[in-house]
Design a binder for this molecule. Structure first.
Ligand SMILES: [Zn+2]
Length: 388
C-alpha cells in the first residue's frame, strides 16, 4: 500500500457529497467509493437490482481479506440521500461539499456519506498496521436505496451474498445515531412499524331520515376507540411501550344535512419485540369485524421489531467509543427503522454514526473533527474485533 495516497475521510466525504445521489439516482457516488476501495485492495461487486415496483438501484458489496475460519466484519450503509428541499433555504450549495470554519456542509454530510468515508479510512489504517492477512475480512455493504422504499437495496444484496456464500459475522450500520454529542448513543434494535388504512361503508341519506340511511361514522369511531383503548404492553428493558396512533380521519362530507356513504381513517403502530405485525393485524381484523360493519382494510408493514441483545458486539463498539471520546454511550432502540432490520437475520448488528441533528434538514452539516473521531472509533472497533 503506498503511503503517498492515503484516504482522507474529509476529502472522500466531500467527493461523495458532490455526487447528488438523491434516491434512486446514484450520480457516480458508488464509482467514487469503488475507486477508493479498489485502491486499498478491496474486491468490489457492483450490482443493479430492479423490478418489484421500484426503480433500478445501484448497490455495492466489497470485501478485503478472507473469512476462512476467521471472521468478517461488515460496515453497512447507504450512498443515497434525500432531496435538498428548498435550495434557496441553504446558505451553501447542498451538493458542493463546502467547508467553512471546520464544518462540512451538504446533503448527506451526516446521513451518511461521511460515515461511509470513515469506514474506508478505518479499514485503510487497520490494514496498514495489520496487513491484509489479519485472519479475517472487512466488508462494506452499501446500497443506493435506503431513503426510498428499500426494495432493490440491502435486502437483495443480502440475498446475493447468501447465494455467493459471502458470510458476515458482525455489522455496524453507520446511520447517524448520536443525539447531541458524537458517542452518546448506539442503537441495538429498532421498533417495528406498520400502518393501516381502514374504510367503513354505510348508505348515504338525508339526516332527517336516518332510518333510510346507514351512517358509517359511529362505527368508525367505535372501531378506532377499541383500537386506542388497548394498552399494547408496558415496554421492556430495552423498548418503550408499543403505541398505536391514529393519523387521520376522513369523511369528505361538505354537507351538514347528508349522512355520508363512507368514512375512513389511517393509523400507525410503532411496536416492540412483544409483538409481530402478523399478530397485530389479526387483532385489528378482529376488532374491525366486531365494530366496523361493512369495511375494507389494508396494511403496510415497514419492518418488524428487533433487538441485538447487549453482548460482544455492543461491548466492542461501546468500548471503542469510550476510548476515543470518553463517553459511555447509551444503548437505545428509539427512532425510525433502518436497513439493520434486514441485516439482523444474518448476524449481530448495531448502529453507530454521527450526530443526527441536521439530517434531512436544510444546511445539513458535520464538524470535521467529528468525521475524524468517527473514523478513529471505527478503526478501534476493528482493532478490538480482530484481536490478534
Ligand atoms: Zn440514513
Amino acid at each position: 500500500m503506498s503511503s503517498a495516497a492515503r484516504t482522507d475521510p474529509i476529502i472522500l466525504s466531500r467527493d461523495l457529497i458532490r455526487r447528488p445521489s438523491v434516491t434512486p439516482a446514484d450520480a457516480g457516488a458508488l464509482d467514487v467509493l469503488g475507486t477508493a476501495l479498489e485502491r486499498l485492495g478491496f474486491a468490489c461487486h457492483r450490482m443493479t437490482f430492479e423490478g418489484d415496483g421500484s426503480a433500478p438501484i445501484d448497490n455495492l458489496y466489497a470485501r478485503l481479506g478472507e473469512r476462512g475460519n476467521g471472521r468478517t466484519f461488515c460496515f453497512a450503509g447507504h450512498s443515497d440521500v434525500v432531496p435538498a428541499g428548498d435550495v434557496a433555504g441553504w446558505s451553501l450549495d447542498p451538493f458542493s461539499g463546502e467547508i467553512a470554519d471546520g464544518i462540512l456542509y451538504g446533503r448527506g454530510a451526516v446521513d451518511m456519506k461521511s460515515a461511509i468515508a470513515s469506514f474506508v479510512e478505518a479499514a485503510e489504517r487497520f490494514t496498514a498496521e495489520r496487513g491484509r492477512n489479519f485472519g479475517g475480512a472487512i466488508s462494506l455493504l452499501i446500497t443506493g436505496d435506503e431513503e426510498g422504499i428499500a426494495v432493490n437495496g440491502t435486502k437483495k444484496v443480502l440475498r446475493w451474498m447468501h447465494d455467493k456464500g459471502e458470510v458476515i459475522d458482525a455489522c455496524i450500520v453507520g446511520e447517524p445515531t448520536c443525539q447531541a454529542k458524537l458517542g452518546d448513543m448506539v442503537k441495538i434494535g429498532r421498533r417495528g412499524s406498520m400502518s393501516g388504512w381502514l374504510t367503513v361503508f354505510g348508505a348515504q341519506g338525508h339526516v332527517a331520515y336516518p332510518h333510510l340511511a346507514d351512517n358509517p361514522i359511529p362505527r368508525l369511531i367505535r372501531t378506532l376507540d377499541a383500537l386506542i383503548q388497548r394498552k399494547l404492553d408496558q415496554g421492556t428493558d430495552w423498548f418503550q411501550p408499543s403505541n398505536l396512533e391514529v393519523t387521520t380521519i376522513d369523511v369528505d362530507n361538505p354537507a351538514n344535512n347528508v349522512i355520508p356513504a363512507k368514512a375512513s381513517a389511517v393509523f400507525n403502530i410503532r411496536f416492540n419485540v412483544r409483538h409481530s405485525s402478523e399478530a397485530l393485524i389479526a387483532w385489528i381484523r378482529e376488532v374491525c369485524d366486531i365494530h366496523a360493519g361493512p369495511h375494507e382494510i389494508k396494511f403496510q408493514v415497514s419492518g418488524e421489531a428487533f433487538l441485538t441483545e447487549p453482548g460482544q458486539l455492543s461491548e466492542i463498539v461501546a468500548g471503542a467509543i469510550k476510548e476515543r471520546t470518553g463517553i459511555q454511550p447509551e444503548l437505545s432502540t428509539t427512532g425510525g427503522t433502518s436497513d439493520a432490520r434486514f441485516i439482523r437475520s444474518h448476524c449481530e448488528v448495531v448502529e453507530f454514526g454521527l450526530v443526527g441533528r441536521t439530517m434531512h434538514k436544510l444546511n445539513e452539516h458535520v464538524a470535521l473533527a467529528d468525521i475524524r473521531t468517527l473514523a478513529d472509533i471505527y478503526k478501534t472497533v476493528l482493532d478490538r474485533y480482530f484481536t490478534p
